[in-house]
Design a protein around this ligand. Structure first.
Ligand code: GLC
Ligand code: GLC
Length: 811
């Protein structure tokens, strides 16, 4: 069942009912100021950091679901309604929500009054704009009371949701004209405030939540709206809110617009006040002056659209498959921007208070983002590297505001170091900018311990070399990519964190996955070294990669597939000898992407095993058989009921690894089949089963052991976005940045006849036309640059002019 449709020309998903299976959200903001907005206008805003600088409140885990947002109440006679249906839930005569690139448009009609709310964050300012248009489509004059509503968060979202003994006494506001200023803690150490303003004269306002709603009322039946009158309340403590009351008279066919702005401002410490405890409002006034007229707002929205036109022109494909085009050209790349910005901090499943920027996660997010804005990727790489420890290991996460690592989810995840090489390699391949390796980055955010980025990569590589176990495979530490495979944890106490309990590194438990990762990105590091002329070191590293490959092919091989790990007793995990969890997806994907077993048949065998043992109609499960009971020696993985999350869920992030691995052995049809199974665009028709947004990947789909087989969860913030984009754009469609140029090496379903890719790369535009007359899955037979036949399949910078026509014939 569908709950809307794609409008590809507008690059929008149009939701046609407010009652989607779950809130279907969008992200506003590109750089510093962000908003989450659901199809019913729920969500919240923050500046840079969803935990430390949250502007508005949102209640996770509430009843009804999705409570808190930018709400507009319309009182038309006795009828009270919201354009996005929530929170009053008055049935609308017409409803739609268009989620676009960085903006959302929610439209509702009731009793011939149409309300259209356009929400976006302009490119150059720290604010969310809500442009509201009311149109009287009836034949009579309408007298309308319009109320706005946001609820302020007292900045630190975690403290705001827990420290009530203090917070009920600290809230402060100021109201000047049509602007409500939220200034809790501004009197002391904060030099920032927020404001919520409207470009119209107001009939009243409220800033105290209980005054607006009535104490035992809620957002669904606020007292002020029912009475048609604001209380002009000024918050002292309790819960500060922002609400304006506007009186609107509309003749038949007449329209009325109002521009609401929710913004964030900072003042220099010495210029904070104009009078005792009175905010210096200059920065707010300056910002507001830019958004007083409808034309100003339209210009800002058009700038945002043009920005996305440009970003999405870097890679676009034209195939005969409409869903593929829309996924590659629009939504997958859009999600890559979101995961780059948010890492794993703020979604409808990530509270914004827990995990900030993950070392491993953010490094992988770069793979799908780097082509969009390489300069920002560069900055991110240096930020990540600066949190690395001197021995090459890493904090598992850092907060975006402070950019310093923290131990909330621990450290000692022994795959982390290699991902820094992955992200850096991707950046250099995209840009050719080897100078990034000379940038000096701290270790552990300590300036006295800084070294060039290249040295950070070296420590990453050597960390694995120096941390091996009894089978010459890498020690797993706390866990590897699978945060829940905690082989050194042995937790028996409820509530203990699986990620921080127990010794961080046992001397025995090993990971075959890290071994595969080391081979893959060890080779990447070697290529980088060779480009720098560091051949001696490169040769030495090649020896290490060779050793690791051998270790995988011996101790890491189970006969039909790659073993997953060895536990703290040196017993295999993910082997046919195990009672449960006999086969895992991760090492099959990563070892083969690293090239292990491609020549000797192991890869083919392992992929066959994945197909027969792990595959389902909704995607490939993480492991099988699922763990049916808690295994103390395996940790969190066995804590999940069978079929969920890391315990035999369809963990979308590593499905593309299998698709990539299939291309390594030339299976284009199978690679594309794997690609399609977890792709939300291809699942639009089964929305009632899949339930999450049809335009965003989710982290996990329930596996076949779960009662809700096929149900998606944890949409948006997942490494799936970057990895699927890498898979489809580079491994399947075959347009891959290489250190020396752009390499064309498609691996596609046999039946594909032809397709076109436009790729902007290092300042040039390549129009690439692929033909497949012989219906093969892989293999470049002829390669023409501007009509001239060339050998190989690499486009180097000196070929052609600004625009280059490439024709590739497979065979
Ligand atoms: C989550 C984490 C990611 C991890 C994965 C598997 O998505 O963000 O870092 O690799 O789970 O456990
Ligand atoms: C939980 C999740 C996992 C995540 C980890 C780290 O264990 O299952 O996906 O990566 O927490 O926060």
């Amino acid at each position: 069942m569908k709950y809307g449709y794609f409008d590809d020309n507008a690059r929008e998903y149009v939701i046609t009912t407010p009652e989607t299976p779950l809130p279907w959200i969008n992200y506003l903001g590109c750089k510093d100021f962000f908003g989450l907005i659901s199809n019913t206008a729920g969500g919240y805003d923050f500046y840079k950091d969803a935990k430390l600088l949250r502007l508005t409140r949102y209640r996770y885990n509430n009843v009804p679901y999705d409570t808190g947002g930018r709400y507009y109440y319309i009182k038309d006679g006795d009828c009270i309604w919201n354009p996005g249906w929530q929170p009053v839930q008055t049935a609308l005569d017409n409803y739609s929500c268009r989620h676009g690139m960085g903006y959302s448009v929610i439209e509702g009609t009731k009793n011939s009054l149409k309300a259209k709310l356009t929400a976006f964050v302009p490119l150059s300012d720290s604010c969310e704009i809500n442009h509201l248009t009311l149109t009287n489509e009836s034949e009579a004059v309408k007298e309308i009371d319009l109320f706005s509503f946001v609820e302020f968060c007292l900045w630190n979202a975690e403290d705001d949701a827990t420290n009530f003994q203090r917070n009920y006494s600290t809230g402060e506001v100021e109201v000047v004209g049509s602007t409500i200023y939220h200034k809790t803690e501004y009197r002391e150490r904060r030099n920032h405030f927020s404001f919520y303003s409207v470009n119209r004269e107001i009939a009243g306002f409220d800033t105290d939540r209980a005054s607006f709603t009535g104490f035992y009322h809620g957002l669904h039946n606020p007292d002020a709206v029912i009475k048609g009158e604001s209380k002009n309340s000024v918050a002292h403590g309790w819960s500060p809110v922002g609400s304006h009351h506007l009186k609107v008279t509309l003749a038949p066919d007449e329209s009325y617009t109002a521009i609401f702005v929710l913004g964030y401002c900072e003042n220099p410490v010495e210029e904070k006040f104009v009078a005792p405890n009175v905010i210096n409002k200059k920065p707010a006034e300056k910002l507001l002056a830019k958004y007083q007229k409808d034309e100003q707002v339209e210009t800002a929205l058009n700038e945002l659209k043009a920005y996305w036109d440009k970003l999405l022109s870097v890679y676009s494909v034209k195939t005969h498959n409409e869903k593929l085009n829309r996924s590659v050209n629009i939504w997958n790349q859009y999600q890559c921007m979101v995961t780059f910005n948010m890492s794993r901090s703020a979604s409808y499943f990530e509270s914004g208070m827990g995990r900030g920027m993950g070392f491993r996660d953010s490094s992988q997010d770069l793979l799908g983002f780097v082509h969009l804005i390489p300069e920002r990727a560069r900055e991110r790489i240096l930020d990540i590297a600066s949190t690395q420890f001197e021995d090459g290991s890493a904090y598992h996460q850092y907060q975006p505001l402070t950019k310093t690592g923290n131990l909330n989810v621990g450290s000692g995840f022994n795959d982390d170091p290699m991902w820094l090489i992955a992200g850096t390699g991707a950046y250099i391949r995209e840009t050719g900018d080897f100078s990034i390796l000379d940038e000096i980055c701290d270790f552990d955010n300590d300036h006295t311990k800084a070294a060039p980025l290249l040295e950070h990569l070296r420590r990453s590589f050597n960390y694995i070399v120096n941390h091996k176990g009894p089978h010459a495979l890498p020690l797993i530490g706390r866990a590897d990519w699978n945060d829940c495979l905690n082989l050194n944890c042995f937790s028996e106490t409820p509530g203990e964190s699986f990620q921080t309990t127990g010794p961080s590194e046992g001397p025995v438990a090993e990971s075959v996955f890290i071994a595969g990762l080391f081979v893959k990105y060890g080779k990447e590091y070697i290529s980088i070294l060779r480009h720098l002329g560091l051949n001696e070191e490169a040769d030495k590293c090649a020896g290490e990669v060779e050793l690791m490959t051998k270790a995988i092919e011996t101790a890491g091989w189970d006969g039909e597939w790659f073993v997953r790990a060895y536990d703290a007793y040196s017993n295999p995990v993910g082997s046919h000898v195990c009672e449960e969890g006999q086969i895992f997806i991760e090492p099959q994907g990563m070892c083969i992407i690293g090239g292990v077993g491609v020549e000797n048949g192991m890869a083919e065998k392992a992929l066959k095993s994945v197909e027969t043992r792990l595959d389902t109609k909704y995607g490939i499960m993480l492991n099988q058989p699922a763990y049916s009971r808690y295994h103390v020696e395996l940790g969190e993985i066995s804590s999940y009921p069978p079929g969920y999350k890391e315990n035999a869920g369809i963990f979308c992030h590593n499905n593309p690894w299998i698709a990539c691995a299939e291309t390594m052995v030339g299976h284009g049809s199978r690679a594309f089949e794997v690609y399609k199974k977890t792709n939300p665009v291809f699942l639009e028709e089964i929305g009632e089963i899949h339930r999450t947004e049809p335009y965003a990947y989710c982290q996990m789909v329930a596996g076949k052991d779960a009662p809700s087989f096929g149900e998606g969860k944890n949409s948006w913030l997942t490494g799936t976005a970057a990895w699927t984009f890498t898979t489809i754009s580079q491994f399947i469609l075959g347009v891959t940045p290489d250190f020396d140029g752009l390499r064309i090496n498609p691996c596609i379903p046999k039946e594909v006849e032809s397709y076109d890719v436009v790729r902007k790369f290092r300042g040039k535009t390549y129009n690439i036309h692929i033909e497949n007359p012989a219906h093969v899955e892989k293999g470049v037979k002829e390669f023409y640059v501007d009509g001239e036949l060339h050998s190989g399949n690499l486009i180097t910078p000196e070929m052609g002019g600004q625009e280059v026509d490439i024709r590739v014939i497979l065979g």
